[in-house]
Ligand binder design. Structure first.
Ligand SMILES: Cc1cc2nc3c(=O)[nH]c(=O)nc-3n(C[C@H](O)[C@H](O)[C@H](O)COP(=O)(O)OP(=O)(O)OC[C@H]3O[C@@H](n4cnc5c(N)ncnc54)[C@H](O)[C@@H]3O)c2cc1C
Length: 311
């Protein structure tokens, strides 16, 4: 157990956290960054990234995150591999306690803890993540030009993903466990009007089917929960759209959160309901969830933290 005192504490090592670290370090604020369990953040779950400007034609997600780490290190950011489990934002300096019983005191905090996509938790699912199984149509839809894909889910996110995929895919099968969608009517109407979309209602995914070397998804084994019958759906890719959970449990009762648990920030700002605490990236963004947007938000939070400390 150790005690740390820093002007700025950054929680999270995804694109938002690393970018906030680079900016605050270059501003002379000597930040300390706590990485969490997922060093490099969500992007490390993906193999390749094609839409991060400046990395053409593409880069490995691991390499991108390692480059951000090295860049932050060069400017003197202190890194600690630990997870924050308790916070007290009612007193200044703010206090955070970690899983390893370290205590961190900071004048300002940038929260960049991201969100976690919900997966299906079927056997073998992990093997196909990034090899035909995705949680992000904006990120991976482009790889499925003229291919057959499925979207799993029935809410607004699933319908939006399916509509987005009609630009690329030959066919999209929407798989939903209920007998009707939960999405807004206007989205459902748009969906029904598109001839590329097929529906499988009352169905759940029992198994992801595919091959090894190279690992690739080739289909889904579905079960109709009304008839108990199984069916094989042959497809090239599947998009899981059953929701994201923002990593904010530890900040509940300390900061204002929206009804889905995302941290509320002021308009055009990363400032939260507590002065001196800023939120950046997916932890405050239920809408876009893109690495480059998270990085930009990290930069903004860093600038706002600097202004708060210098006022
Ligand atoms: C499979 C997949 C593929 C994707 N592909 C793309 C793509 O091609 N292009 C694109 O732009 N975006 C893509 N995304 C989205 C992108 O990864 C996210 O938008 C981006 O990573 C969000 O960055 P962030 O820094 O806000 O949070 P995250 O990357 O989620 O990082 C959160 C960090 O917080 C840490 N943390 C969480 N809780 C705690 C705690 N209590 N204490 C300390 N640390 C904590 C975690 O360890 C992690 O380091 C993809 C996402 C997934 C899941």
């Amino acid at each position: 157990m150790a005690e740390y005192h820093h002007k700025v504490l950054i929680i999270g090592s995804g694109p938002a956290g690393y970018t906030a670290a680079i900016y605050t370090a270059r501003a002379g604020l000597k930040p300390l960054l706590i990485s969490g369990d997922e060093i490099g953040g969500q992007l490390t779950l993906s193999a390749e990234i094609e839409n991060y400007s400046g990395f053409f034609p593409s880069t490995s997600s691991t390499e991108l995150m390692e480059t951000m780490h090295r860049q932050a290190e060069k400017f003197g950011v202190v890194f600690i591999n630990d997870t924050i489990v308790e916070v007290d934002f009612h007193h200044h300096p703010f206090e955070c306690v970690s899983a390893n019983h370290n205590v961190f005191y900071a004048q300002s905090i940038i929260i960049a803890t991201g969100s976690s996509a919900q997966w299906l938790n079927t056997p073998d699912e992990k093997k196909f993540r990034g090899h035909g199984l995705s949680v992000c149509a904006t990120c991976d839809g482009f790889f499925y030009r003229n291919k057959d894909v499925a979207v799993i889910g029935g809410g607004n996110a699933a319908v939006e993903e399916a509509i987005y995929l009609t630009q690329f895919a030959r066919s999209i099968t929407l798989i939903h466990r209920r007998d009707k969608l939960r999405a807004d009517k206007i989205l459902q109407d748009k969906l029904s009007a598109n001839s590329k979309i097929n529906f499988k209602y009352n169905c759940v995914v029992e198994e992801i089917l595919g091959q090894d070397e190279p690992t690739s998804l080739t289909g889904l084994k579905l079960k109709n929960i009304k008839t108990d019958k199984n069916e094989i759906l042959n497809i090239d890719g599947a998009f899981v759209a059953i929701g994201h959970i923002p990593n904010t449990a530890v900040f509940r009762h300390q900061l204002e959160l929206d009804n889905k648990g995302y941290i509320k920030t002021l308009p055009d700002s990363c400032a939260t309901s507590v002065k001196g605490i800023f939120a950046a990236g997916d932890v405050k963004d239920p809408l876009f969830r893109q690495a480059i947007i998270a990085a930009g938000s990290g930069a903004q939070a860093a600038i706002e933290a600097g202004r708060f400390l210098n006022q």
